[in-house]
Ligand binder design. Sequence first.
Ligand code: TYC
Length: 101
Amino acid sequence: MSDIDFETRTKTVPKVERPKLHKVILVNDDYTPREFVTSVLKAEFRMTEDQAHRVMITAHQKGSCVVAVFTRDVAETKATRATDAGRRKGYPLLFTTEPEE
Ligand code: TYC
């Protein structure tokens, strides 16, 4: 008889982790027109006029505002695209990202 133990099994415990979400943050500045900020929020983040206006006003009054949360790739792509939309018009409009706690 063989000494090989065919019954030995390695139990793998599946480690399924939810991908960390990242916030997209709109940063206020003194130069970008309000209507332009609102139009970028509508186009890039699929907001209604009302939602976009609220987010713009919050950033304007408080200095910044969380726009939405996404997986890291999506958050970074959207922040870059939205920032570039302002840059193309010569505005200092800035969207940043940061991981959620
Ligand atoms: N503060 C700008 C103005 O008064 C408007 C603005 C709002 C710009 C929010 C950027 O993230 C921003 N024209």
